[in-house]
Ligand binder design. Sequence first.
Ligand SMILES: [Zn+2]
Length: 365
Amino acid sequence: MEQCMVLHLDLFAIFVTVGISPSESLGSASNVGGTASPKLDPPPSPHANRKKHRRKKSSGPPRSEGISSATEEPEESYGFVIVSLSGQSWHFEASLYEDRELWVLAIESQILASLQGCESTKNKTRLGSQSDALAIQSIRSVRGNSLCVDCDTANPDWASLNLGALMCIECSGIHRNLGAHVSRVRSLDLDDWPVELTMVMMAIGNSLANVVWEHCTEGYTKPTPESSREEKELWIRAKYEQKLFLCPLPTSDVPLGQQLLRAVVEDDLRMVVTLLAHGTKEEVNETYGDGDGRSALHLAAAMANVVCTQLLIWYGVDVKCCDARGLSPLAYARRAGSTECVDILLQYGCPSDGCSPTPGLKSIQ
Ligand SMILES: [Zn+2]
């Protein structure tokens, strides 16, 4: 009797079928059912609804039927088959139901990532593609970028924008799970690379990122390319969520926000990155105080500093904050003649006409 659970993902150029026994024909899978052995059923998957939805597109039976019938023959393993649209297929077997679930989820997430990346490439112009290729080449050549920032896998092709670092595909999946407030993941090869993002990636790179984020790793072992996903995830969460290895602040005598203002004025990128890694949203929004009111973003814009302008926005500096004269960061970027800074600020909703000026002060716009 055929015993097959089919998970069908015709995404990008790959779809995945999952069967109890890889040797079985998918076509007659509908024979399954009615022979379930409830007490042996595997645990329900938290992703059952999602898979059920996808299976509507396939000819396979509901998941519970396929799995249940499989449990009648304990010698069977939990297999899955990856089939490309060109007809190639790869059969895999896991000894545990849970293992297979993990594999399928991991493959699904990578297919999804590819699909999302490809969506953004559809509108690329030929010129855009060429300039992106140059940008990618430049990013790859930055110091430290030949190895994954977290596990040293060679030739990483995923980026974390706000961290300014490159990582392997497995680590990128873990970064994505941390949330965009911790790491903004982007594909080197599949996504667009506008100038401001390229500039951030070229300014930081894996070496500088790890000077900051892996300052003190004593007592911990960094994952290798061969490490398990679990080991990599533990490391990545310790590094970016718990900030266990983070470079300490240079001083605790001066408020972080004031140190940030100084670091921006001095164009000290390493210090800016360190302070942003430590800072709360409130701290990074600190200004020069009453009578001035400029934030770090005003200063970065005034200096036409594209990298700092972009980083400060990602780390939560308010684009709508106006100084004591009622001027927005955009007014400063325009005065500095920085098209890139102006573009970034407009993109994030910075008011173009400044704010209500303080009485007695004249706008420079
Ligand atoms: Zn990695």
